[in-house]
Design a protein around this ligand. Structure first.
Ligand SMILES: N[C@@H](CCC(=O)N[C@@H](CS)C(=O)NCC(=O)O)C(=O)O
Length: 88
């Protein structure tokens, strides 16, 4: 999955892991929406874990990273992420 939104060049990445129930509900929402989101499992890829920790000083998942080119925003809270994805 590319995670590239060609319309406005914004890229979305979801930091998550499989056994996290909050992540699972975000993943279920992802199945139902049109957004292209790159999945970044922090348990299976330590680089993703490090990137999350270094940028946010947290290891909490789910976290949606929104890259606009000039900056990155990091959105926590599964409900906020689901609402955001549904609004795209
Ligand atoms: N209120 C948060 C809860 C997220 C949460 O508790 N995630 C757990 C995994 S299931 C976690 O990342 N815990 C480790 C930490 O917070 O550092 C949400 O709905 O997203």
């Amino acid at each position: 999955m590319s995670g590239n939104n060609t319309e406005n060049n914004t890229q979305y990445s979801l930091y998550y892991y499989d056994s996290c129930p909050f992540c699972v509900r975000v993943l279920r929402t992802l199945d139902k929406v049109n957004a292209k989101v790159e999945l970044r499992n922090i348990m299976s890829d330590s680089a993703h874990h490090s990137a999350l920790q270094q940028a946010t000083k947290r290891s909490s998942v789910p976290c949606l990273r929104i890259d606009t080119g000039s900056e990155s925003q990091w959105m926590f809270e599964s409900m906020d992420i689901m609402r955001f994805l549904q609004s795209l």
